[in-house]
Design a protein around this ligand. Structure first.
Ligand SMILES: Nc1ncnc2c1ncn2[C@@H]1O[C@H](COP(=O)(O)OP(=O)(O)OP(=O)(O)O)[C@@H](O)[C@H]1O
Length: 254
């Protein structure tokens, strides 16, 4: 079962009467960057939020079908969403470190809350490890007691990534993580994805075909709540099977 990290079967999501995910079957292999790309409103964020049950925060959302993560049925009554989310880190479009916590405390917070370490030294090691993994350590190691308001948007986003990595998740869900970041920051995060993918399964939502082409190993093209095409990124970009995919990846619409 380890050749598939995330699997959906006949997955549907409705918001009230609005049917936005329409029978999605997807297999995401482990330890790759898997991009969900498509135009605004096609259902990328909704699909991503079914993976960690964040979708349940919308009282009008209804999920049908199956999602399995690392072999576990996400919507089974036995699955505790809080436990599930410990294995699944999530990064959003707006970098959202806790403004009232220092850089150190931001990375340490989840580790402390979940009692993942047993001493202060271990906590320090874990924070340093996560900041290094997120390629941020060199930039903040002398500022660990500062608040994140003083660092750039790109650095704040890598801080959020460090906070997620400190929990040692197996999966990282990223919803347009570079949408609000300057070009240098975007490049750093894209390089980071490249570094991380050997160890984590990364699902990246992007409305940018160029970004999907640059960073992903596999890509699914969503349109109006359905998967038009899915496969190895090179194949989908260089030799798409569907005319709609070709139009999208060549920028004819978006
Ligand atoms: N909480 C909600 N209640 C009702 N409808 C919603 C809700 N969230 C999203 N939708 C609708 O569901 C559809 C899919 O939205 P979703 O945000 O998943 O798409 P997306 O592809 O991620 O779009 P974007 O790139 O603009 O973020 C859209 O028509 C949207 O208006």
């Amino acid at each position: 079962m380890r050749d598939v990290a995330i699997e959906t079967r006949n997955l549907h999501v409705h918001y009230g009467n609005n049917h936005v995910i329409k029978g999605i079957n997807l297999k995401i292999p482990p330890k790759v960057v898997f991009a969900l790309m498509g135009p605004s409103g096609c259902g990328k964020s909704t699909l991503l939020r079914t993976f960690n049950r964040l979708i349940e925060l919308n009282p009008n959302a209804r999920v049908e079908g199956s999602v399995k993560i690392l072999g576990k049925e996400v919507y089974s009554p036995e699955t505790d969403p809080v436990e599930l989310r410990k294995e699944i880190g999530m990064v959003f479009q707006y970098p959202n470190p806790f403004p009232h916590l220092t850089i150190f405390e931001n990375v340490a917070s989840g580790v402390k809350l979940n009692k993942l370490v047993s001493s202060k030294d271990e906590l320090k090691e874990r924070v340093e490890w996560a900041l290094k993994k997120a390629a941020l350590w060199d930039e903040v190691k002398d500022r660990l007691k500062d608040y994140p308001g003083g660092i750039s948007g790109g650095q704040r986003q890598r801080l959020v990534i460090a906070r997620a990595l400190a929990m040692r998740p197996k999966i990282l869900l990223m919803d347009e993580p570079t949408a609000n970041i300057d070009p240098v920051g975007v490049q750093k995060i894209e390089e980071l994805l490249f570094e991380l993918k050997g160890e984590y399964t990364i699902v990246l939502v992007t409305h940018s075909p160029a970004q999907a082409a640059r960073v992903s190993d596999y890509v699914a093209f969503l349109y109006l709540g359905e998967i038009v095409e899915v496969g190895p990124t090179r194949k989908v970009f260089e030799n798409p099977e569907h005319e709609l995919t070709e139009k999208y990846v060549t920028g004819a619409f978006g």
